[in-house]
Design a protein around this ligand. Sequence first.
Ligand code: GLN
Length: 211
Amino acid sequence: MAGKICIGVVAVQGAFVEHESMFARLGAATRRVRTSEDLLGLHAITIPGGETTTLRRIAGDSGLIDGLRTARQAGVPMLGTCAGLISLADAISDGSDPIIGGLDITVRRNGYGRQIASFEAEVSVTAIGEDALVEAVFIRAPILERVGDDVVVHALYQGDPVAVSSGECLGVTFHPELTSDHRFHQWLYERAVGYANAHRTRSQEDVSVRA
Ligand code: GLN
């Protein structure tokens, strides 16, 4: 019988409690991730918003960023919201080094400027669950200046991509965990199930090869 799916929620800052509630509603267990040891055995990982400078400092010093990068390279599905998306970007327009990387995009931090730092807007989301208009909450959000050819754009706001995916990585510039829209968390949960199944199959094959 399949074990319960376990999704890691990076808990160094930001709305990790709200992310946990979203997954609880979907029936997935969560684990707070503060060190790279906390990553062991997870089927997917969420990186909440906050400040990328804080994430870089705290999670960089503890080795967590290295652990997250290794997990991503191993194909563990990931969802990043706002600063979490910035951490998944392959390029940051201020020239600072990528944090985790994995999404072939270039992001500009605080892309809407300081005067209109936070706002809500209706955006149309496609190919993430059922297509729908969602009320998106933007908080000092980044703007995507470039998306690579293999990146799928799921939503636009004022012509700029605000939800994108590539393979097992999904990045959103707004905060779905602050609304009742759980389609992004559902997306990750489904990928977590796929990852768990692939892993189980692979380890069973390993056993039979060895036997
Ligand atoms: N402005 C933040 C940054 O650049 C992101 C804000 C957020 O995650 N809500 O790191």
